[in-house]
Design a protein around this ligand. Structure first.
Ligand SMILES: Cc1cc2nc3c(=O)[nH]c(=O)nc-3n(C[C@H](O)[C@H](O)[C@H](O)COP(=O)(O)O)c2cc1C
Length: 189
């Protein structure tokens, strides 16, 4: 059984990111995959006030550990001011360097009220994950006009976007397996 986590990429209350994350979680459940949501509203921000990088922070370590131990991550990312939310960068910056994202399979879902469904935010995120040597699943999903185009029960109204989401959910577990097999072959020499 793969250990999959879905990161809801904002701390904004009642966010579309969390609604989409819950929907994606249901779709994985239908594939018999239990994926917990890492809700960034719960990031212990009070513990990092003042810039506590490198310090012993048990609450932060426990929180980010959920992603560290995952076999794969699905990141649901909204677009804020043409980029991804600050809390998501904070979360990444408190992930242990260098190993925690090394070879980590990551699938990306953008959602925004704009026409491009957080394309800019997702591409910026890819740059950061690429720097951290993650393996990005190439099949990205962009949910545009999310407030009217998405319903937590029915999914995405735009047929193509829904098809792309279904394809991502169908393909990502296989991608994780392939990455794991390749890594163990490399380790064996
Ligand atoms: C601080 C902030 C900045 C935003 N900037 C953008 C933007 O640059 N482009 C865009 O399409 N939507 C933008 N939006 C609208 C969001 O894309 C929209 O709220 C969407 O649902 C994703 O955010 P959510 O997951 O917090 O609900 C912004 C929203 C907030 C709260």
């Amino acid at each position: 059984m793969i250990n999959l986590k879905i990161i809801s990429g904002t701390d904004r209350p009642n966010s579309n990111a969390l609604r989409v994350s819950k929907y994606v979680q249901q779709l994985y459940q239908k594939e018999s995959i239990d994926a917990d949501i890492i809700d960034l509203q719960e990031f212990p921000l009070d513990k990092v006030k003042g810039g506590k990088y490198g310090e012993d922070l048990p609450a932060v370590d426990d929180f980010v550990q959920q992603a560290v131990t995952a076999d794969g991550l699905v990141v649901v990312c909204p677009e804020y001011n043409g980029g991804y939310p600050g809390i998501l960068k904070m979360f990444i910056d408190y992930l242990p360097f260098p190993n925690s994202l090394d070879k980590k399979p990551i699938a990306l879902i953008g959602e925004a009220n704009g026409a491009f469904g957080a394309l800019r935010a997702v591409e910026q995120l890819q740059q950061v994950f690429g720097y951290r040597h993650a393996h990005i699943f190439p099949e990205r999903v962009f949910i545009s006009r999310v407030s009217e185009n998405f319903d937590e029960q029915e999914g995405i109204k735009n047929e193509l976007q829904q098809q792309l989401l279904d394809a991502q959910i169908g393909g990502f577990p296989k991608f994780i397996k392939n990455v794991q097999e390749e890594e163990s072959l490399i380790a064996e020499g």
